[in-house]
Design a protein around this ligand. Structure first.
Ligand code: PA5
Length: 444
């Protein structure tokens, strides 16, 4: 079971912070459990692993099986919370090289998460002569990036299969009732899945948003939900027996002590997109009202040869949270070499895991001695059940952390600013006044 180790940060904080923070965590806990805190209408994810819609879950499995049988590619269109979780889970559990490595099932391409013509054009080219389906995901149904991408891929589908044929290949994940995507899906007869009203984008990976693409990749979604349900059970009981309490308390205390950056690190490159998911979860939930830790991520050991310098000796602004998984599925040992020209025979016969673990221990000691507190999250074996637990753990700790900071962890008013400007500059009807104002500023 997942564990949070605080020993290598506690030496930086001599006071018994856990005891001092317990009453505030209890209040935060009550708010999450009852949905009575700021943004409480978006706490549907708290009991989701128990209360999810079984009928829809069966439809997700059926849709995944259909896509696997009639498509050689699935194009997943979405951005932010409608994208990162699915990609993170697929890369972590299948592989960052999933498309090259998989034995069966379709390739999976993620688009609509940016505005690069070249990136999208590349995927359009890759679909040449390839049977494909589309899962378009947008809770609001109006986000520009996925909406623009969907136009291209819908057109390609309709040209290739006709409107009727395309209907069999478009799956829309969106609001239950409202939004442009929902209206379009209803009028065109596409199969739809729901982003529940009470679950915000960045907390939606365990809804249809994440589950459909994840199921298509062949990951065991039952195990993922089982792991999340186990963690939900643990988190339902107040107290430091809950790992999310330990994590939330430690990072909050470090923040109060002047550490304004949290670096999430992992020694497994397959975790890279999960770290991106984590950054969105914490960045969007905490970063408001001039408060919040800045979430950054590193991939070790690669980044020890780049960011490692700053972490060791740069400004003392940060702490590290290291996610550790159990033994690798594949044990490779360093070969013996009679000539020993590279002087590496002292490692001959040693497993890569052994070398990695020594590197991790050496890094931990170097960084803490360099003044960087370390938190360690022991996540268990890298499998669907453990990852489900880890996802729920991070979500729950994020909710607790937001309430400790006294912000609404479930809104994101700040992301509107760029959107308003972009709409105005693009000439969207209704934004005329803002447009002239912005263009005058740009002309300076
Ligand atoms: O967490 C969030 O709410 C956001 O990151 C959204 O997921 C993101 O902006 C995409 O929104 P939508 O699903 O409405 O297209």
């Amino acid at each position: 079971m997942l564990d949070v180790k605080t020993f290598h940060m506690s030496t930086f904080i001599p006071m018994p912070y856990e005891e001092a923070l317990a009453p505030r965590l209890k209040l935060a806990q009550d708010k999450l459990q009852s949905g009575s805190g700021a943004g409480g209408e978006f706490t549907g994810w708290v009991h989701l692993p128990r209360d999810y819609d079984r009928e829809e879950y069966a439809r997700i499995q059926a849709a995944a099986a259909k896509i696997r049988s009639n498509s050689k590619a699935l194009v997943v269109i979405g951005i932010g919370g409608s994208y990162l979780g699915a990609r993170g889970v697929i890369e972590c559990l299948q592989s960052p090289n999933y498309n090259q490595k998989k034995k069966d099932g379709p390739n999976i391409y993620f688009v609509g998460n940016g505005l690069s013509s070249d990136a999208m054009g590349e995927v359009l080219d890759l679909l040449d002569g390839v049977d494909f389906s589309v899962n378009v995901i947008s809770k609001s149904g109006t986000t520009t990036e996925p909406a623009v991408a969907f136009r291209f891929f819908r057109r390609l589908l309709e040209e290739r299969y006709g409107r009727e044929g395309a209907r069999e290949r478009i799956f829309a994940t969106t609001d239950r009732k409202k939004g442009a995507l929902k209206s379009l899906a209803d009028s065109e007869g596409w199969e739809t899945f729901v982003v529940p009203d009470d679950v915000g984008g960045r907390f939606s990976v365990l809804t249809a948003v994440g589950l459909l693409p994840i199921a298509v990749s062949g990951v065991d979604t039952d195990a993922l939900l089982r792991g999340a349900a186990e963690m939900m059970e643990l988190c339902s009981k107040p107290g430091y027996g809950c790992p999310a309490w330990r994590y939330a308390a430690a990072r909050y205390q470090l923040y109060r002590d002047g550490r304004s950056i949290e670096i999430l690190g992992c020694f497994d490159p397959a975790f890279r997109m999960m770290a991106e998911w984590w950054k969105q979860l914490y960045g969007e939930s905490e970063g408001k009202e001039g408060k919040g830790l800045f979430p950054a991520s590193v991939e070790f050991t690669a980044d020890l040869h780049s960011m490692g310098q700053y972490i060791q000796q740069g400004r003392r602004l940060m702490f590290e949270t290291i996610v550790r998984f159990g033994p690798s599925a594949r044990q490779l040992c360093v070969p013996e070499d009679a000539a020993d020209g590279d002087g590496l025979n002292f490692l001959a016969g040693r497993s890569m895991d052994f070398i990695r673990d020594k590197a991790a221990e050496g890094t931990l000691l170097a960084h803490t001695e360099g003044g960087v507190p370390n938190l360690i999250i022991e996540a268990g074996e890298r499998n669907a059940q453990s990852l489900g637990s880890l996802i729920y753990f991070f979500e729950y700790a994020c909710g607790l952390s937001g309430y400790l900071l006294d912000v609404n962890p479930f809104d994101q008013p700040g992301v509107e600013a760029y959107k308003q400007n972009m709409f105005a500059l693009l000439g969207k009807p209704g934004y005329e006044a803002r447009r002239s104002d912005l263009e005058a500023k740009l002309a300076k």
